[in-house]
Design a binder for this molecule. Sequence first.
Ligand code: SF4
Ligand code: SF4
Length: 226
Amino acid sequence: MIVAKRKPFEEIKEMLKGYKKVLNVGCGTCVSVCLAGGEKEVAILNAELDMARNLEDDPIEIHGQTVERQCDREYLAELDDIIKKEKFDALMSMACGVGIQFLAERFPDIPTFPGVDTTGLAVNQAVGWYEERCRSCSQCVLGITGGICPITMCAKGLFNGPCGGTNKGNCEISADQPCAWFKIHERLAAQGRLSSIRKINLARGWKDQIPRNLIQPGYKKPEKVS
Ligand code: SF4
Ligand code: SF4
């Protein structure tokens, strides 16, 4: 899932300075699960903003609405009527970076501000503990690394490891940090597949450095959507 955390209150307050009527839009999926930007977090932030602006004698009319997913047009469309009718000065999005951009794109005439900082793609290890596992690199190597991602799990993101800093199973950056390549070696050895990391992996193109599009093969041409 995508993990995010709410921005510091002072930063949010500063962004909304001068705006009098704002719609704060929550997202009911990933950010809701990690308690950053769901319906409850929208209500809490709105109450805080309302109180702070009243104390400063600069009241704000702040509304809240949470949609199922902000990264999906179908759900964003639910906001069309309310945004048209209420004439907000600004929008705040508590979705991940993708949802924030999609909201801003749908309502380009209204300034849109982020209410959260998007942290990454992570697994839920325990209650409230999210561990990053993927950086969407576009050239997944999990097939040769025993299902362990060397980009997120190795401190240097090495495609060929371990480096000289590996130390009895731990990474040189910390005794508490397992060495990803030690783990990769252990897993592949147990599977009898060490040959898959014996050859040198060539340098990658780092395709995650540019905006990308993914078109599922079933859809020959992406449908034009508005
Ligand atoms: S190799 Fe790339 S796509 Fe695969 S898990 Fe790691 S970051 Fe994600
Ligand atoms: S010690 Fe292991 S995890 Fe740390 S940087 Fe080197 S190869 Fe990567």
